[in-house]
Structures are given as structure tokens and as C-alpha cells.
Design a protein around this ligand. Sequence first.
Ligand SMILES: Nc1ncnc2c1ncn2[C@@H]1O[C@H](COP(=O)(O)OP(=O)(O)OP(=O)(O)O)[C@@H](O)[C@H]1O
Length: 470
Amino acid sequence: MSPPSPSESPPLITLRGVTKTYTIWDDPTARLMAPFRRLWSKSARGTEGRQFTAVKAFSLEIARGECLGIIGRNGAGKSTLLQMIAGTVQPTSGTVQINGRVAALLELGSGFNPDFTGRENILMNASILGLGREEIAARYDSIVEYSGIAEFIDQPVRTYSSGMTLRLAFAVCAHVDADILIIDEALAVGDARFQFKCHATLEQMLKEGRTIIFVSHDTNAVKRMCRTAVLLERGEMLLKGSPNDVTNIYTKLITSPHGLESIREDLAALQNKPPESDEANPAPTPTPAPQLLSSSLSAENPGTRLLAEERTHQQISDKEYAYGGEFGEITSVVLADHTGAPRLSFVTGQTIQVRITCAARQTVTAPIYALTLKDVRGQEIYGTNTYFQNQNPPDVPAGGRATVTFTLPLNILPGVFFISLGWVRLVNGEVVVIHRRYDVLRFDVMPRDKSFGLAWCPATIEVHTATTSG
Ligand SMILES: Nc1ncnc2c1ncn2[C@@H]1O[C@H](COP(=O)(O)OP(=O)(O)OP(=O)(O)O)[C@@H](O)[C@H]1O
């Protein structure tokens, strides 16, 4: 029987007005003395230490079978939120209601006793997570085999590397029939092979209708795994939406010098945006006629008219998300075939050209031009830039223009794809955005043969058959 769809079943997790406030002590002695002082004097209550709210009035319902990604800057409150869902931290106010068994991979090894062996920790953890003696005995060998560290299973966990600790912790979580799995960045310490195995297990868990909540700074992992993502900032939920929208806004937040201010308008626009259709299965669209692009520039800006004249375009994708544009703008984007003829539909293996024009309002020194291809889920499938290719394009003077052509073979199998473009510069090792236009063009790739998968790696096959044995 297939698991019920998220909309059919009641929420597995309900958070209502969840707030966590910590008391911060500048003086460690005052912290130690505080309980005694409170005993001596009622008036001392609440007068020492500063209150710091790590998570503010957070409300959310998470359905069975949902995979929710939580992203946000360092200190945004992600781990605190996960700890409250996992039950290891109590909220100061608000309620957390959980209707199922929770397994959590929080701070690495936090559930383990470092002086116990791997074997003892498996037994202890599986028991804490709700398995009975017989169930643990029946699954023990499988847990050890999954972890791949059988050789070290009788060594104390304090002697394990972080990758080995992760292997053990994940192996336990994967075997306890959890309804909800919570993962806090932990997977990042696993080697590539184990990460692959973890992701396959997570996919399987989702198919079985389990719920996964995971925190990651890896926006691609969020887009690959999740259908919904939440952006946390200073303890508050700024946005809940498609992983592509949320990670686009997050990228702007972390690269803009104006921080939160820089995304206010975007948040307002997204809140008014109608719900998206199934992004993973968009209906094919006919190639539209050329049309004028909307602009991020204000009408008052003296450069606007000149730039607008150039802003003729093949197609705007309705997903475009742009920012920057103050010092210069990517004014035109044309997708063409290898002859230079504009097109939006190709066949696997064909060569494309992406031609962009960048107009500088102020001198742009040490410019970098970048291109990314994404699939319909926002997953980056290819990206490059002039910096990675060891090119040093010339500065663009105020009022000047640069035209840039990216030429690349479309070695990808059929689907719908989006092009994102960036014009940035590096200042003291930091990326300063001149203009970024994400998901600006949408194009289709049609099949050229019956090969399958993601990438087109045209294989030749040689078969030698012997006519006699021996
Ligand atoms: N026990 C604690 N006492 C005081 N402050 C705390 C405590 N735990 C967390 N904080 C503070 O709460 C804020 C949120 O911390 P949290 O670890 O939840 O952030 P995060 O989003 O997970 O960050 P990161 O991405 O760096 O892991 C931070 O400012 C942190 O210093």
C-alpha cells in the first residue's frame, strides 16, 4: 500500500508560537551565583544576564512524507529549532506537538557516550529510540554492516573520527523505523561514498512516507531532496516556499552587503506570488515571441532609458529572480544554436551559445562573468565562470559595455532547463555582486536517441564474441 499523500494525513509535527530564549552571561561568576541570589532576593529575579531569543514565535505544520529543508546564516536558530523538534531542548514558550517516533542526527555524536564502544552505543541508542531487546538483536548485524566500521565496533567511540561517528549514528537512525528523521548538517562530514549511501537511504525513507527535516548550508542538497524549504533569519521564519525560491533569496541575503534590507521587497513579492504548479513536471511551453524584459532599475535612473533600449529579449522565464543592478546590469541575454541563431529548443549533444551584454554604470574592475544551468527543481547541473577558467577580462569603464559569449555542448538528456547569469567582482576575496539574473531563460532539450539518465556520455559499445570455446 502506498503511503498517504501529505494532504490526506494530519500533520506529523505541529509547532505553534515556539520561542527559545537563552540567558547570556558576560560574567561566569554571576552565572554560577544567580540561583543563590534569586533565593536571597526576589527582586534579583531576571535582573542578571541578558536575554537572547534564538527562535521567535515559530509556527509550522509538517506533514507525513514531507522533506523540509531549513536554511539560514550562522546563528539563525536552525539547530535550536531542530533540537526543540527532537525534544533535546525545551521551548521557553509555545508548543511542539509530535505524532511519531523521532530519530535525530544532531550535533555529531551527541547521542553517544564517548567511553562506550560502538557496539554498546548501538544498543543504548536503539533502545532510547524505542526498539525493544529482540528488535535490536535482530537488527544489530545490519546496523554494523551499514555503518561499514565493523573492525572498530568494539573500540570506544571517543577514538572514532567524525566520519566514523556519523556512520554509526546514521546507521542506527536508518534502522529504528523512525517516522521523523532530523539531520543537522551532519552528513557533510561523511566521505563521498557514505554520503551517496545516506542519500539513497533518505530517498527510500521518503518513498516509505517518512518525514525528513534537514538543515544544510548546501543549497543544492536542499533543492535535490526537498519539496519545501524554510529560510530562518535571527530566529524568525522569513520565508517558506519552493527550495529554488528560498535558496535564491538566501544566496542574495548572504552575498548582499545590505543584508536583510536587500531582500525585503523580494519577500513581499514572493508572498503575493500564486502557488507554483508542480515544478518538477512543468508543462512544455511553446517558444514565445521576443518580448521586452522587466527591469530592476527605477525609472528615475538616468541610465534606464539607454539600457531599456537594449533590453530586447527572446523569452523571460516567469521564474526570473534578479538582484544587484546598481553599478551595472546584464541588459540582454540571448540563447542561440552554434550558428548564432536564437533558439529555445535543442537536441541532446548540440552546441549552444549564451550571449550576454553587460552595461556598466560605474567602472567595474576585475569583472567575473558566470553561467549556471539548472534543472526544473533548481538543481545546478553545470556552472562555470571566467575566474574558474583563469581568464582576466578587462575592466568595464562607466558607460561601457561588455559582451560575453558562453559556448557549450548540451551533453544532457532531455528535459526543461533554466539559465542563470552572474556579473560579479572579487574584492579582497569576497564576491561583490554587480548583477545576478537567476533562471532568466527557459529552454527544452529533446532526445536524440534512447539513452537514459542525466548526462549524455555517448558510449560506444564493442562486443567480441568467440565462435569456439577455449
Ligand atoms: N545554550 C545556549 N546558550 C546561549 N545561547 C545559545 C545557546 N544555544 C544557542 N545559542 C545562540 O542561539 C543562536 C542560534 O544558534 P543555533 O545554533 O540555533 O544557530 P544555527 O542557525 O544552527 O547556526 P549555525 O549555522 O552556525 O550552526 C546563536 O546566536 C547562538 O549563540
